[in-house]
Design a binder for this molecule. Structure first.
Ligand code: 13P
Length: 253
């Protein structure tokens, strides 16, 4: 059975003070979670989160890593450094990386390969822009993102989670309808079946894009939606804890 998962992507937000405040909120409001909970702080806050988070059963993720293993790449952070800092996961292929940093499926494939070689689980983000959706290309774009980045980079040992994040739903307050998301998740699972190193039935597929404490439950009610990747609402401890509670309830029903 697939474990349910809630991932917080804090993006480029916060300061030591703000992170401390958020952690105090999470420490006091979250019961020891009975689903997988992953926090992805900015690199500079990873150590602070490790020290100040008192909850058990919560893992850490990097928001990105370099496509190179190490060496003269000023400003980059390697998969090895993330693993060494206590991260168990890394988010790769986020649309903000594709859009603002020109990351292609091929570059992301290199990152996935390096992350897996450091035993990091990969949360691989896919999703179409509004133009691609309006022109009927959403599925072919997502299929290409999946097959190009995963086919060459993983093996049976790799821990891969897919996050479907329609670009037009990120930070906009718009979401795919639960039914639209379910159709894409089912399509993603169908395509995962063609990737030899992946067990499609066991692969966790998350929905992301303007998920909050009010709408999260609608996504959890869909059969192929195993959890959520939360941006803005994850910066509010109370809202995030409510989303985690909903994921736990889904698991128990
Ligand atoms: P929002 O929840 O702020 O829309 O962000 C989603 C996201 O990009 C998570 O990775």
């Amino acid at each position: 059975m697939r474990q349910h998962m809630v991932v917080a992507n804090w993006k480029m937000n916060g300061s030591r003070g703000a992170v401390g405040h958020l952690l105090r909120g999470l420490n006091s409001s979250m019961q020891s979670p009975r689903c997988d909970v992953i926090l992805a702080p900015g690199y500079l806050h990873i150590d602070q989160v490790s020290r100040e988070l008192t909850l058990t059963g919560v893992s850490l993720a990097g928001q990105n890593c370099s496509e190179y293993s190490d060496g003269p790449y000023t400003g980059e952070v390697s998969a090895k450094m993330l693993a060494d800092s206590g991260c168990k996961w890394v988010i790769l292929g986020h649309s903000e990386r594709r859009q603002y940093h020109g990351e292609t499926n091929e570059v992301i494939a290199s990152k996935i390969e390096l992350a897996c070689s450091e035993n990091l689980g990969v949360i691989y983000c896919v999703g179409e822009t509004i133009t691609q959706r309006d022109s009927g290309d959403a599925q072919s774009v997502v299929r290409e993102q999946l097959l190009t980045a995963l086919n060459s980079s993983i093996n049976e040992e790799s821990r891969i989670v897919i996050a479907y994040e329609p670009v037009w739903a990120i930070g906009t307050g718009l979401t795919a309808s639960p039914n639209e998301a379910q159709i894409m998740h089912s399509y993603i699972r169908e395509n995962l079946r063609s990737i030899e190193a992946i067990n499609a039935e066991d692969t966790v597929i998350l929905y992301g894009g303007s998920v909050n404490a009010v709408n999260a439950n609608d996504f959890f009610s869909q059969v192929d939606i195993d959890g959520v990747l939360v941006g803005g609402a994850s910066l509010d401890a109370e809202a995030f804890c409510r989303i985690v509670d909903m994921a736990t309830l889904k698991r128990e029903n």
